[in-house]
Design a binder for this molecule. Structure first.
Ligand code: SF4
Length: 496
């Protein structure tokens, strides 16, 4: 079959062919992104609405953004490095170079290995015997190396090292062979890992979620348009209403009359990523029926029950620990206050691409409010500790501002194992908690006491059982196949 990358360049649009010819294709060998996807269909142009929804999802990826639209005969593609507003520059609220079409998909990406390359930016588009196929993907295909080799043997060629391209070629090939929707069902049997995707096959728009429902994907409507999005906040940003979450293992076609479910192909359990609730998702989003803000407040309440302490004030690490700190304060009765001011123009440190840039960002990011912490016993609450640079720095600046005691409470159990499902947590030595006891971590960050929420209380707060969530980075037990690893029955790490 004939599957080729789109080689034409359209007005104002960067296509696959417009990538620099000397591009280093070794960059980004591992597709370790955490991303946002969007798809919109309607009877009018969708481009500007895709931009609005991508901006609402900017927290999921800040290094590249892209949009593909189908205009009735051609697939138009524009993508670039930077924030959505940088790539799609606007004048008077309108992009200077809109892409035509009443169906389209969008993508924001966070690259994880310092790659500033456009090669792995989404969406990906190919021309195949079934027409144009475009894909925006959030997650990670864990058997991508094997699939790539098999597809190559069958004559497919690849332009990038991205797993999204492997997924796209697999889907295009299977749809050509088996038709729709059978081809996608066949592809799902071949794809392992996490995927929440918006797919365009010419003018047809599909939402696809992996059988474990690891990454979120939700459906909504607004002003006669229908939308697929990573999080409900994107639907809210357009003044729309949520229809429902895409079910684990479901293929939904979004038409101009609404969603049509083609099949549900679930695994025998779900494995929703607990880290979406803990950190990634926006607090105003609802994922799989749970409001993220409410979950985070419950986590704070459970933390107060698990690790009570006598103190004068509860302060959050802004903005990530705010809901958890509120919950801690409500349950403990210790007053809540804002003891740290965040420079709103600095980026989230965890999703910056290099250690050096993360450290520099912490230094310009937070400043204490002396009147809130001076002479006080402080409970400092954050959502999680991954690498630990931020929390160490905060403890230090609070002491310098006169806090007499600092009791750190963390709304996520120690992160000990890599993530293979689309989050930049790949090696154990990245993690502050790796190989250490809680007491050793406490000493390292300089806190008076330290308490991490237990797995039991975390899952209770999310109101899913342990068997409905992925907690692989907490206990080393993964829900699905990971190349070179066991899964499901993989032994939990000891010590916590
Ligand atoms: S390993 Fe951790 S971050 Fe990765 S999907 Fe599972 S819970 Fe989420």
């Amino acid at each position: 079959m004939d599957i080729t990358a789109i080689m034409s360049e359209r007005r104002g649009a960067h296509t696959v062919a417009s990538l620099p010819l000397d591009l280093d294709l070794t960059i980004g060998q591992k597709p370790d992104e955490h991303c946002a996807v969007v798809g919109i269909i309607g009877k009018e142009q969708v481009f500007h609405n895709i931009i609005i929804s991508l901006k609402a999802l900017q927290h999921r990826g800040q290094e590249s953004a892209g949009i593909a639209t189908f205009d009735g005969s051609s697939m138009n593609l524009k993508k670039g490095m930077g924030l959505v507003g940088d790539v799609f520059q606007e004048r008077d609220g309108m992009s200077t170079q809109p892409l035509a079409g009443s169906t389209g998909i969008g993508h924001t990406r966070y690259s994880t290995q310092g790659s500033k390359s456009l090669e792995n930016a989404g969406p990906f588009v190919i021309s195949s015997s079934v027409g144009y196929v475009a894909l925006s993907h959030n997650g990670e295909i864990t058997n991508q190396d094997r699939l790539r080799e098999e597809l190559k043997k069958k004559g497919s060629s690849f332009v990038t090292s991205s797993d999204t391209e492997v997924m796209l070629v697999e889907i295009a090939k299977d749809v050509a062979e088996f038709g729709m929707p059978r081809g996608i069902r066949y592809a799902m049997g071949r794809l392992n890992g996490a995927y929440a995707a918006a797919i365009l096959i010419n003018d047809r728009l599909f939402a696809l979620r992996d059988p474990y429902g690891i990454r979120p994907l939700i459906l909504g409507e607004f002003d006669g348009f229908y939308i697929i999005a990573s999080e409900s906040c994107a639907i809210d940003s357009l003044g729309g209403r949520v229809i429902r979450d895409v079910r684990p293992g479901e293929l939904v076609e979004m038409t101009t009359s609404g969603p049509v479910s083609h099949f549900v192909y679930p695994a025998r359990r779900t494995a929703h990523c607990m880290f979406e609730y803990v950190y990634f998702a926006r607090p105003d989003s609802t994922i799989d029926g749970k409001e993220v803000f409410e979950v985070r407040k419950k986590i704070g309440e459970k933390l107060a029950e698990e690790y009570p302490v006598e103190a004068d004030v509860v302060i959050p690490v802004p903005d990530s620990g705010r809901a958890q700190a509120l919950g801690y304060s409500h349950r403990s009765g210790i007053p809540y206050d804002e003891g740290l001011i965040k420079n709103r123009y600095s980026q989230r440190t965890f999703i910056m691409p290099s250690q050096k840039s993360r450290e520099a960002a912490v230094k310009i990011k937070l400043n204490p409010i002396r009147s809130v912490v001076e002479g006080k016993k402080v409970v400092l609450v954050d959502d999680s500790i991954v690498r630990g640079n931020t929390i160490k720095h905060i403890v230090s600046i609070l002491r310098k501002a006169g806090a007499t005691q600092i009791h750190v409470r963390i709304g996520c159990p120690p992160i000990l194992s890599p993530c293979y499902f689309g989050v930049d947590m790949k090696t154990k030595d990245q993690f502050l908690a790796s190989g250490k006891t809680v007491e050793e971590i406490r000493r390292e960050i300089g806190a008076d006491t330290l308490g991490y929420i237990s797995i039991k209380n975390l899952t209770r707060s999310i109101e899913f059982s342990k068997d409905q969530l992925c907690i692989g980075c907490l206990n080393g037990s993964y829900p699905t196949y990971v190349q070179g690893k066991g899964y499901e029955l993989q032994a939990a790490l000891e010590g916590y």
